[in-house]
Design a protein around this ligand. Sequence first.
Ligand code: 0L1
Ligand code: MG
Length: 263
Amino acid sequence: MNHLNTEQIEQLAAHLEQAELERREVTKITDDYPQMSYRDAFDIQWAIRRRKEARGHKVVGMKMGLTSWAKMAQMGVEHPCYGFLVDTYSVPDGGEIAFDALIHPKIEAELAFVTKQELRGPGCHIGDVLRATDFVMPAVEVIDSRYLDFRFDLKSVIADNSSSSRFVAGGTMADVEGLDLKNLGVVMEINGQVVQTGAGAAVLGHPAASVALLANMLAERGEVIPAGSFIMVGAITAAVQVNKGDNFVVRYQGLGTVSGRFV
Ligand code: 0L1
Ligand code: MG
């Protein structure tokens, strides 16, 4: 149910997208609109998506966020969220990320699923996802909340496209059949120092559960995950703040590495 009108939703979408484009922190929008509903929050995110598409940007994938119990507890939220990824967010493996284009970036080690069949909720489950998966591959997400000091509540962060900002996909593409996705180990290094380690089960117990949840959340809006989608499942490690000049390498058990540099 909506508690904001169309004009307010469009205005908040413009406000948050401008903050992203101008690299400006803003206060969380529920401070000014405490009556905002989850429906409103997703409507704002979808309005930002339409604004970008209207300017010629292509949606190239989706991401799930806040998919670990630890991260939900850390951020004081009670449910995962999703966001969209556009072409301008994509950085090649080993590439450079312009630090000054961002506000206060953090990196997360993730996995991405690429689908070969449509996934449709409600009732989508891990088995559906594994059957519909073409391959999985390593990915690193750069999150950059537009909110002051990364402080938000769930509705505010959903409206802000779940902090989506940049992503790097790389390493080796692999069939799910040969992989133990729950126990798949990940080591994140920044400037040669190990800063985080984790395993796939950090993502809702199994990374495929995150894709199923995305299908089920999209079903609430009558949307599906089309065949050929790229979906990042959420962080396997905690998000780590980065600085200009930092180099990162994330090593994935049996799947190679993803690297990049903030310049
Ligand atoms: O991708 C993520 O898990 C982050 C979602 C938004 C929350 C945050 O900015 O930390
Ligand atoms: Mg993430």
